[in-house]
Structures are given as C-alpha cells and as structure tokens.
Design a protein around this ligand. Structure first.
Ligand SMILES: Nc1nc2c(ncn2[C@@H]2O[C@H](COP(=O)(O)OP(=O)(O)OP(=O)(O)O)[C@@H](O)[C@H]2O)c(=O)[nH]1
Ligand SMILES: [Mg+2]
Length: 201
C-alpha cells in the first residue's frame, strides 16, 4: 500500500505533526519545490517549470482545506544558490511574513540524481539566511522517489539511501533534523494524490 504524503509527514514528525499547517518549501534551484507544493496541496497552486533556465523568482502562497477542516498554508520560495544574492534572500525571508509568525516546518527539497553540490550549497546558504536552528524544524524531502532504488530496480528505503549514497554534509543535516526525511514522487497524477490525501482525513 502506498502511504500518502500527509501520512508520511505525520510519521516523520509525530507527535508534533498535528500542529503543522504552515509550511515553507526551500532548497536549491530546480530541486522540485513547486512540484512538491502541488503534491502537498493536491492541486496545481504553483507553476513548476519544465526547462532548464526558468526559476521561480518570487514567493507564492498556496492553501488547501482538508476534509478534517484543517487548512494547510504552503509558501513556495525561489531556489537559493548564493546568500549574497540579496534579492533572492529577501524574497525567501518573506516566507516568514507570509506564514506569520513563521513556518511550523521547512521542507528542504532535493533530487537524488543531481549533483549534490547544489543541494549542499543551498543547505549552507539557508543556514546563513535562517540561522543554524533552521534544521530543527526541517523535514528533508527527496523527490523523484522512483529513482531511489536497488540494482534490481526495487525501491530502496530512503534511510538506507542516505546511509549508502549521501555525502557527509547531507548526512550531517539528516542527523541534525532528527532523521526526518521523506521520499516523494511528484509525477503521480494529481487526482490520485488528492484522493490519497482525502482518504487519510
Ligand atoms: N521525475 C520526477 N521529476 C520531478 C519530480 N519533482 C520535480 N520534478 C521535475 O523537476 C523539475 C523542477 O521542478 P520544479 O518543481 O519546477 O522545481 P523548483 O525547485 O520549483 O524550481 P525553481 O523554482 O526553478 O527553483 C521539473 O522538470 C519537474 O518536473 C519528481 O518527483 N519526479
Ligand atoms: Mg519553483
């Protein structure tokens, strides 16, 4: 049985997950933030970019109401590569304002098949922007779940993937954020994702 994204969030953050309804999506450029936001909300609130050049330059806010009545607020932020790029930093900081008084959780979005240097750089820059305690409320998200697999193509547990394939910076961040990590496939059809979310609430 495929567990829904929300079920995984609950698992990753139990028992505090029940209070999580303000979420900021952060990470390197093109890591899958907007796509993940859509997965999370169950509808296309954010515009994922198909191509190499375009990047989300502004924060965007999306929300959804779960059948339980709980409203989920999600802020999509521009990808960060350099904390000296003040325009991007200022925009990312707006996520705090949009989710006043601040997010309950940062979702740090990464892709398994990319050069990890981008993710390591983003991680470092996000610590500069939000401070070292940033990881205390972070859940790491590895998108492209179907690429995380054994040699025989069967899906690999994400914790096993981190232990086997991640570099020391990512492992350190994984430990600092309490080993909260979730693997997600954003390419599943929206309707089935929505159904999956609704079934859990
Ligand atoms: N196969 C696969 N592709 C994905 C997944 N998630 C994101 N992508 C692809 O990754 C690329 C980047 O996705 P976006 O959601 O635009 O990434 P982003 O972090 O919002 O990008 P910027 O806003 O430009 O920084 C797109 O081509 C997506 O289709 C996934 O789970 N599986
Ligand atoms: Mg985007």
């Amino acid at each position: 049985m495929i567990l829904s994204f929300w079920r995984l969030i609950m698992r990753a953050c139990y028992p505090s997950a029940f209070r999580i309804n303000k979420i900021a999506l952060v990470g390197a450029r093109r890591s899958g933030k907007s796509s993940l936001g859509n997965t999370l909300l169950g509808w296309n609130a954010f515009q994922p970019i198909f191509g190499i050049e375009s990047v989300s330059k502004l924060c965007a806010v999306g929300l959804t109401k779960l059948p339980s009545g709980k409203t989920i607020n999600v802020v999509d932020t521009p990808g960060i590569t350099n904390s000296k790029d003040q325009a991007v930093v200022n925009e990312i900081k707006k996520s705090i304002v949009y989710l006043n008084p601040g997010p309950h959780a940062f979702l740090l979005v990464m892709q398994p098949d990319r050069s990890l240097q981008e993710d390591i750089k983003a991680l470092k820059e996000l610590k500069n922007v939000f401070g070292d305690s940033f990881l205390q409320i972070t859940i790491m998200i590895m998108v492209c779940r179907n690429q995380i697999c054994h040699e025989n193509s069967s899906l690999m547990d994400i914790h096993e993937f981190i232990a086997n394939s991640a570099c020391k910076e990512i492992i350190e961040a994984y430990n600092l954020c309490g080993k909260r990590i979730i693997a997600v496939d954003n390419r599943r059809r929206t309707s089935s994702r929505r159904k999956s979310i609704e079934n859990k609430y």
